[in-house]
Design a protein around this ligand. Structure first.
Ligand code: IVH
Length: 720
């Protein structure tokens, strides 16, 4: 239960109640609107609720909560799911493919911590979809997908419809906390569901209707089921969940170890990862990984490895995060799985950069639980080296997420009349000549306006990893190119200004019959597209940089470059040495950017994007919320502060990514002690934690970097 904060007067209690009611109502209406597409109230009525909540949060800043609808990015109209910003980033994991790599991971941790021994927990790495669940007063109030780690999709209604996910907790859970886990579809359920789809397809074929696509594997099936527009469809899917982590927790004491946390969470009825185990040392953890490798298929669900975690949460906090991966956990990956099948044909497609990419069309075969029909063949040299021909029986291998590879032909089974495969002399999309690039041994289409290249480049620009323009997918791009509406990425930004005209293009506008005549109206489809295009203008520098499609420039290095240089022009004009000097960028990426920027046509594209108002510089406001410099740290505040209330200070610390706890433990990074601090101070002293006063608190909130330096300098119970 939430308790009145330190002020405790009647006014704030009334305000808190109202705020809670408004939040619940707004969340409900968000779902009705964004997820179920069945709004109950009009937009102005919704706006009134929202304004009232905002006003209360302005008047009573101590009531602001990171998960309030006012703090999460509202889903723009036309998108199925609202956006939820994660209070704590959702991370991915580094891999260990063998015993040496697992030990090396452990050794790095030992070097960093300057100690040798600690315990571990191993858990199956469930191959599903990561979900963050927020429970408030024991009720599921929000569920979100991982998304890009910082923000995901609001799938609350869908998760509520899954029986395995408790909507109400039992026992005495903390008032407000978030857990993370994997939604998955057990193998049996997956097979049954695909069998049903296949039966439906038989009926459809008889009736001459289009067939439904079968799900390729249980992970896709789980993800597809969670991302259903209609939660009642999700409800029919055989889904399960394994909770593997406590995300954050407000106002409650939490266990000191991960192992205890799993037990603690299960007391509230949360289904934690099955078959988790505790290990006294790394040898024991390794033995568990090796046992799992032998019985990887023994589980009712698809596993893609084992996660090994440092058990002590204090040590986890000390180890922290590097890039998108915690140093305190690692994924033990199973060795790749192999199978043999027949290469029915070798085909090529044209990539975004114009590369002609050969691939093998295979006789369908199951490898590692997945139906495989295609495998990459990289380039002509690779095909020659491995000597792969059409009609060959081949061994294929699937490792983790990657596209299956053709390993080798089974020569004993090669037909006598088989012939070497030849790279086509002309591009399959435009018939222009193909040329071989000696640098990367790839063949390229020689026509830079090849329709396939333009199509792919636009798909990339509008894609989720870049400008994220919903409604501008493969088919829409094909239509717009075909109709001559756009020729390149900059033309996209002319669309919102030409809606009336575009409404007449078949497939874009809405046709209404009036007095027997056709009338063209703009309609939702175009309007939503225009809104998505407008929104993409403020997507930010890093995504724009990815969208330009410069070879080797991906999400990670684009963010690094954006942070370092702050503006597109500066990046494109920077000498290669300066670009390469950015940690994580390096000379290949740097050269590629310089080459790209040497091309006048590319500059003309950039100028036209800039003229259209696409944001090409880091915005101050963008920098701040994205930065959570105190992530992974945990503070406790005690006593009275003069310049601000405790909830205000707590809210600010949380907005910087820190966790704020109510009790001091060895996982506490430091205690901020105001006037008249009592037992918490004594406890912190006994644990040897840093104890800081209000002056330090004010400095830290203003400049979190300074706080980080204090932590590295802190002597035990260093009273300041
Ligand atoms: S712990 C790094 N434990 O694997 C954050 N993850 O590759 C802590 N996963 O995004 C993750 N089973 O979706 C953890 N028992 C398990 C897991 C697990 C599956 C997924 C999870 C995560 C991904 C990272």
């Amino acid at each position: 239960m939430s308790t009145p904060s330190s002020t405790g007067d009647a006014e704030i209690i009334a305000a808190r109640d109202r705020v809670e009611l408004l939040r619940a109502e707004i969340l409900r209406h968000n779902h009705l609107y964004h997820v179920l597409d069945t709004p109950e109230i009009s937009d102005p009525e919704y706006d009134d609720l929202f304004r009232e909540l905002k006003r209360l949060e302005t008047d009573f800043p101590e009531l602001v909560a990171a998960d309030s609808p006012t703090q999460t990015v509202g889903a723009p109209p036309g998108r199925t799911f609202a956006v939820v910003e994660h209070r704590l980033r959702m991370l991915s994991l580094g891999n260990a493919f063998n015993a040496d790599e697992l030990r090396a991971w452990n050794q790095r941790a030992a070097d960093l911590l300057d100690r040798e021994e600690w315990t571990f927990v191993s858990e199956p790495k469930i191959d599903g979809l990561a979900i963050a669940l927020v429970y408030e007063r024991g009720r599921l109030v929000q569920a979100a997908t991982r998304g890009d780690g910082r923000a995901g999709e609001d799938v609350t209604a869908n998760l509520r419809a899954i029986d395995a996910v408790p909507n109400e907790l039992s026992g005495s859970p903390p008032p407000l906390f978030e857990v993370r886990g994997e939604i998955f579809m057990p193998k049996v359920g997956f097979d049954a569901m695909n069998a049903e789809i296949a039966a439906e397809n038989d009926r459809r074929r008889e009736e001459g209707r289009a067939a439904l696509t079968l799900y390729a594997n249980p992970r896709n099936a789980a993800a597809g089921s969670v991302r259903q527009k209609d939660a009642s469809v999700t409800a029919t899917r055989p889904l399960s969940i394994g909770i593997y982590q406590l995300g954050w927790c407000d106002d409650a004491a939490t266990p000191d170890t991960h192992w205890e946390t799993l037990g603690w969470l299960s007391e509230f009825g949360l289904p934690t990862t099955p078959e988790a185990a505790h290990h006294a040392d790394i040898d024991d953890a390794l033995a568990a990984c090796e046992r799992w490798t032998q019985r990887r298929d023994s589980q009712a669900f698809e596993m893609d490895g084992v996660v090994v975690k440092v058990d002590d949460l204090g040590l986890q906090a000390d180890l922290g995060i590097v890039g998108r991966e915690p140093r305190w956990a690692v994924a033990w990956k199973f060795p790749p799985q192999e199978a043999s099948t027949v290469v029915e044909q070798i085909l090529v497609n044209v990539g975004r950069t114009g590369s002609i990419n050969p691939y093998a069309r295979l006789r369908p075969v199951r490898v590692g639980g997945v139906q495989v029909t295609n495998a990459t063949l990289h380039n002509l040299d690779d095909i020659r080296r491995k000597d792969i021909r059409e009609g060959d029986t081949v061994v294929i291998r699937r490792a983790g997420e990657v596209i299956p590879q053709v390993v080798r032909p089974v020569l004993e089974r090669r037909a006598e009349d088989s012939v070497e495969w030849k790279m086509p002399d002309t591009c399959p999309a435009c018939d222009a000549e193909t040329v071989r690039n000696t640098d990367d041994a790839m063949h390229y289409c020689s026509n830079r306006s090849c329709p396939a290249i333009v199509q792919r480049a636009l798909e990339h620009f509008a894609g989720r990893g870049a400008m994220d323009i919903r409604g501008l997918g493969e088919k829409m791009i094909r239509l717009l190119l075909h109709e001559g509406v756009i020729r390149d990425a900059a033309d996209i930004y002319s669309i919102p200004k030409r809606l009336e005209e575009l409404a007449r293009v078949p497939g874009l506008g809405q046709v209404k019959k009036r007095k027997g005549e056709d009338h063209y109206e703009v309609g939702d489809r175009l309007r939503n597209l225009a809104a998505a295009i407008e929104r993409s203008k403020s997507r930010g520098l890093a995504y724009l940089l990815v969208g330009l499609g410069i070879r080797h420039v991906g999400g990670e290095n684009a963010s690094l470059l954006a942070d370092e240089f702050g503006s597109l022009n500066v990046i494109l004009l920077a000498p290669a040495e300066d670009l390469a000097a950015v940690d994580g960028v390096g000379p290949i990426i740097a050269e590629s950017i310089v080459d790209w920027a040497l091309d006048g046509e590319n500059w003309s594209l950039v100028h036209r994007l800039q003229a259209a108002g696409v944001e090409d510089e880091i915005q101050r406001s963008e920098e701040e919320p994205a930065e959570t410099p105190l992530e992974g740290l945990r503070f406790v505040l005690t006593g009275r502060f003069a310049a601000m209330t405790r909830p205000q200070a707590e809210a600010q610390l949380k907005s910087l990514g820190a966790a704020v706890g109510s009790s001091v433990s060895k996982n506490t990074s430091a205690l901020f002690a105001g006037e008249a601090a009592g037992s918490k101070r004594t406890k912190a002293e006994s644990l040897g934690l840093p104890i800081w006063d209000e002056d330090r608190l004010i400095v830290a909130l203003d400049d979190p970097a300074t706080l980080l330096t204090w932590l590295t300098e802190a002597e035990p119970s260093d009273v300041n």
